[in-house]
Design a protein around this ligand. Structure first.
Ligand code: PMV
Length: 324
């Protein structure tokens, strides 16, 4: 038997601007996905027959990447993440599945987290018609704080480059890491799920249409890019008050891009009195907001009172690992 865990992620800065070549900053969460694999008489997923077409991520990793031809497996998945909420649950599943399969087949081999990040990205692309950013899979595999950009980013450590053939042509990303200074360990992220799914593709094309009809909105993209740089510097020196201010500013710009919703705004407003900063996270249109606070229980209560479902995490947790 092999069991692996891979974390979810949340975007702190740069969502939507990253589509236009600017950097995005994502952190791994405490919560994620566990995958366990066990030899079985027939192919099973969660005790039911495994139908490959219904699980393109898993089929791609099994057959295209590992060329798996051995006996059937029973696959069990346990997720602590809200799904379709911008927390990277499908990326965490791909990364955890890749790690569990590698351990199942070659027990003594150490996990190659860069290989797992690339494997996860390829599985995401297969199941999303060739379009996928490497942000979720990189954060899930590497853990900590990840900066994804069209080019290298000052003040970060480059880990690897990622290339993907998309229907719009070849795309290249630089995947970088930042060490967060959180010596006193008293800073938490509080996610608040609105209960509505976040339709990433629809939100990205909505922003594209908005920029065509109102090119002035490109200013908001530039503003998000400079807020991201400020937020990144603040994170790397451990100035969390400044990180919070940058999060508030980023939310205002995302509102200008019309990707926030009344539910997201309500949860952000509820969290702010007890937080250093709060913003929507990910594509928007639903999904989650995130607050940064030294008083996580209070913020979680306020989010719940405002109608959201809270999740408390440290800031930049560990990446993929083997559980047994
Ligand atoms: O899918 P989400 O909610 O994690 O957000 C994706 C972030 C976007 O910048 C909106 C899209 C992208 O591909 O980077």
């Amino acid at each position: 038997m092999a069991v692996a865990f891979a974390p979810g992620k949340c975007i702190l800065f740069g969502e939507h601007a990253v589509v236009y070549g600017h950097p995005a900053v994502a952190v791994a969460l405490d919560q994620g996905v566990h995958v366990s694999l066990e030899q079985s008489d027939e192919w099973l997923i969660e005790g039911s027959p495994f139908i490959p077409d219904q699980h393109p991520h898993i089929s791609h990793i099994l057959h295209d990447l590992f060329k798996y031809e051995s006996h059937p497996l029973s696959i069990k998945i346990k997720s602590e993440l809200f799904s379709a909420a911008g927390l990277g649950s499908s990326a965490a599943l791909s990364v955890a599945f890749g790690a569990a399969l590698q351990t199942y087949l070659r027990n003594d081999e150490e996990l190659d987290v860069i290989k797992l990040a690339k494997m996860g990205h390829s599985a995401e692309a297969i199941s999303q018609e060739g379009r996928a950013s490497p942000t979720d899979t990189a954060a899930s595999a590497l853990g900590g704080c990840i900066v994804v950009s069209g080019k290298e980013v000052d003040g970060t450590i480059n880990i690897f480059h990622s290339i993907l053939k998309t229907p719009e042509g070849e795309r290249k990303w630089s995947i970088n890491k930042v060490n967060i200074q959180n010596k006193s360990n008293d800073i938490y992220l509080i996610l608040g799920f609105t209960g509505d799914a976040s339709p990433t593709g629809k939100m990205v094309s909505g922003v594209s249409n908005l920029l065509i009809s109102n090119p002035n909105k490109f200013q908001e993209m530039e503003a998000i890019a400079s807020i991201t740089t400020t937020g990144l510097t603040a994170l790397s020196i451990g100035n969390f008050e400044a990180v919070g201010i940058a999060m508030d500013a980023c939310h205002a710009k995302l509102q200008e891009l019309e990707v926030s919703t009344p539910s997201l705004d309500r949860l952000v407003d509820a969290a702010r009195p007890y937080s250093l900063g709060a913003k929507m996270t990910g594509a928007g249109g639903g999904g989650c907001m995130v607050a940064l606070s030294r008083n996580p229980q209070r913020v979680a209560e306020e989010i719940e009172i405002a109608g959201g479902s809270p999740l408390i995490s440290k800031l930049g947790s560990k990446g993929v690992c083997i559980v047994k």
